[in-house]
Structure formats: C-alpha cells, structure tokens
Design a protein. Sequence first.
Length: 255
Amino acid sequence: MVELTILGTGAWIADAKNKRFGPSVLLKNEGKNILVDAPGGVNYQLAHAGLLANDIDYIFLTHHHPDHTSGLIQLIGEMYITRRSAKSPLTIVSPDPERFLRSILRPYKSTFDSIGKLTNFRINFKKIDNAEKISKIAGIGLKKTAITAHKLSHSKTNEDYGYRFECDGKKIAITGDTAYCEGLIALLSGTDVAICECSHVQKLPGHLTAYEAKAMSLFTKKLVPYHIYPGWDVKKEFREFENIYVAKDLEKIRL
C-alpha cells in the first residue's frame, strides 16, 4: 500500500485562517519516507505527522524557490543534532542539489564550514538531466518504484519539475509550481492521484488558476489542489467536480 500525507496545501503567503502550511507532500512506499519539497518549518509539520527528521530517506525538490526549500537547512540540521546514523544516508533529488545546498550553507559558514562538517552521515545528490523533458530517476535505491521528473513551466530563472511515482500498480503525480504546459499534461495523464498546484481564481504568473486546475482534473482519477493562496473559497470553487478533492493539511491518502 502506498500512503500520501499532505503535509501542506498552502503557498508563500501565510494562511492562518485555513491553517495551511507551505507546499509539501510525504510519500511512504517500500518502507521508505519520501519528502517532496521542504518549506520553512517542515520538520515541525513532520512532527505533527508523527515523524522525525531522521525518518526521511529521500528529499525531492521541485525547484529552488524559498517557499519550497527554506526548511531544508533546518531539516538537515535536526538530523545532525539528533545524530542521524552513518548507516542511514540521505538522498536529495533536484535540478542541482549539491550546488544548491552548498549555496544555502554559506550564511552559516562560521558554524559549518562544509557539508561534511554539517553531517556525520552521507548525503547522496541526484541531479536531474535538464536536457530531457522527461527524465528517469534511477540508481537511488528504490527498486520497486519507477520515478520520472517532468519539466514544467514556472520561472525563467529556476528549473521546475513535477514528479511521477509509479508503485504497487498506482500512479501518483506531484507538480510543484507550474503554469499550464504540455509537460503538465504528460505528468498527470493516467494517474490515480495528482497533487496539483492551484494558486488562485485569478491568474498569477507561472501558476495555475482554479479554472485551469479543473481542466487538469480530466487527466487524472483524483486531483488534490495545493499551493493555495488565501483569499478565495476553495471548496466552493470545486464543489461540482467529483474527482477534485480539497484536502486538509496532514490528511492521509491511501492507495
């Protein structure tokens, strides 16, 4: 059985009214915990879900904008402080994970001179091949899970990818941020569940509107909107769409 935990359905702007944490999803499969995106304070949200930072085996970053990555240094720092075992390597997958992690460590140089000094465990970096629209993610120790990274359209200065996981006969897509594009259709097509960005009813550059998310629901059995900005009634907007499910933060979906 595959289990998804919607850690956060929110976006960059805090939404205390609807209790939405930043965009993040946890996937459990093959006895492993796979975290997709690490917004600020993600280790606290993991704690609410009953997990420790050291329980995370893989971190997949859709792109390197702060609302998806600002919790990464805190998460790895907790692993270090709580003495993550050297027998439990961490794998980070993104457009360029090693370069990105080194760049966010720079402000903390007086404390940590290098990744090696920050951690007493191994970090494996898997860089996505940006020459391909769809890239296979292999060689990371997941033997029964097929993973592909699909190039999307969000920012001119940041590569952006959605991830597709195929395991136990189920197909799951997690988009990260994106505007409408052909890559998004390829990512969602034929999936059992799509965790799909849906920022607002109004058009925001590089993002999907509610209207566009409704169109994307045609390509999946169940669409779960996330990366939701405050200021609109999400449930009301989608109430007539049977295969669009508005999840609460920390809600679990079992397949």
